[in-house]
Design a protein around this ligand. Structure first.
Ligand code: FE2
Length: 261
């Protein structure tokens, strides 16, 4: 089973730029690359910060772009998103019983669980009791099937102070659920950090990706948020039996090597 992860689009009002870059243009390049190279993927997950400021016109632009995209797409929200505006534009998009943009999708390999960690008006992530109950219930329903878990905010520190203060807040209850179902949860994918990060947390392997627009440099000292122009990437995830492999695709940098012969 092949899955595509794209994260942190930060789309703005069409025609405007963000940090000197063109997020909508980058989304077009990314979707073209996925459609060309990975049309055999079963599903694509976009793991939050679909927009930078949550304007309806930014969501409209995303909706238009996805109309001709060949893969089924799971959409998630990040701290830069606006849940009401998202739901007004993606009016048919499924939500849980409490209106959170959480989803469970079966694939040929296992279950894709996507959580909604958006806390309106705040940059930190939250999982209230209603969202935790949904998560617990879904994990009980999957029984023995393997799970790939997606959430925008990481539930742990990654060693960059300006990001660690805006990770998932109060992760204790969430961690307890993960611990109880660790045999099912084969990998945790997150966004939010705008850089390639991987490791394991609570004995669960995890990974994050560069964002599609601007990146966060590795800096273990400076408390003030800063961005840079490191290259964007998406992930092609291969899940087969007990084996999970994650390729990072630097879709803007596919030039040939210089001819030195
Ligand atoms: Fe972001």
């Amino acid at each position: 089973m092949k899955l595509i992860q794209i994260t942190d689009l930060h789309l703005v009002v069409p025609g405007s730029r963000l940090h000197g870059l063109d997020p909508l243009g980058r989304l077009d390049r990314c979707l073209d690359d996925v459609a060309t190279r990975h049309a055999d993927a079963e599903i694509c997950v976009i793991s939050g910060d679909l927009t930078d400021r949550g304007e309806p016109s930014a969501y409209d632009a995303l909706k238009t772009r996805l109309e001709n995209f060949p893969l089924p797409v799971v959409l998630m929200l990040g701290n830069h998103d606006n849940r009401e505006n998202f739901r007004s534009v993606f009016s048919d998009y499924p939500v849980d019983d409490n209106g959170f943009v959480q989803s469970s999708t079966q694939t040929s390999w296992g279950e894709i669980l996507c959580l909604d960690t958006l806390a309106p008006g705040r940059r930190e992530g939250e999982l209230c009791q209603k969202r935790l109950d949904w998560f617990q219930q879904k994990l009980e329903q999957v029984q023995e099937r393997p799970v790939l878990l997606f959430m925008h905010h990481p539930p742990f520190d990654i060693g960059i102070p300006r990001l660690d203060v805006i990770r998932l807040e109060q992760p204790g209850a969430f961690t307890s659920i993960v611990t109880r179902h660790r045999q099912n949860i084969r990998h945790l994918f997150f966004g939010h950090v705008h850089r390639p990060v991987s490791g394991s947390w609570n004995r669960v392997p995890h990974s994050a990706l560069p964002a599609l627009n601007h990146q966060v440099p590795y800096d273990s000292v400076t408390p003030v948020m800063a961005y840079n122009n490191e290259p964007p990437a998406y992930a092609a995830v291969l899940a087969n039996g007990e084996n999970i492999v994650i390729h990072q695709e630097f879709f803007l940098h596919r030039g040939a090597l210089p001819d030195i012969s």
